[in-house]
Design a protein around this ligand. Structure first.
Ligand code: AMP
Length: 132
């Protein structure tokens, strides 16, 4: 089954793209816990993060690090929190979430709302800071 994230990667449905390379794609979460909440996915469709082969998993973390560095430059925060759930979308993904406290990364909190223009502006700003 094609996942919604595979459709995003292929450009079949829109996303607020941050960056991509031949193996990974980063885009803003549409139901963010914090401004700058970003998802990193492998282009290869694999459900469970720990089913990724070692080299792909290692590469995904290095890619995520570069995205986190870019988010830090745009969104003031103590650090970028990292979470992996995968309970909703069966396509491995890493959540990168700017945090100032433990509560900021609680998935039971209400999600933030941003306008399309705000998402676009934020994605562009972060994207410009990415050094792959
Ligand atoms: P989980 O699988 O539990 O890690 O949650 C999936 C995450 O993907 C949630 O935070 C959703 O807000 C996010 N999400 C689902 N569909 C989209 C989409 N089309 N664009 C961006 N983020 C999405």
């Amino acid at each position: 089954m094609t996942t919604i994230f595979s459709k995003i990667v292929k450009g079949e449905i829109p996303s607020y793209r941050i960056a991509e390379n031949d193996r990974f794609y980063a885009f803003l979460d549409i139901n963010p816990l914090a401004k700058g909440h970003t998802l990193v996915v492998p282009k290869k469709e694999i459900d469970y993060l720990f089913d990724l082969e070692d080299e792909l998993l290692a590469g995904m973390n290095v890619f995520a690090k570069k995205i986190a560095r870019a988010i830090e430059k745009v969104v003031p925060c103590k650090r970028i929190g990292v979470a992996v759930l995968g309970l909703e979308v069966p396509h491995a993904h890493i959540h990168l979430i700017p945090i100032n406290s433990e509560a900021d990364i609680s998935f039971s909190r209400p999600k933030l709302k941003f306008s399309e223009a705000e998402f676009i502006e934020l994605a562009e700003k972060i994207s410009k800071e990415v050094k792959l």
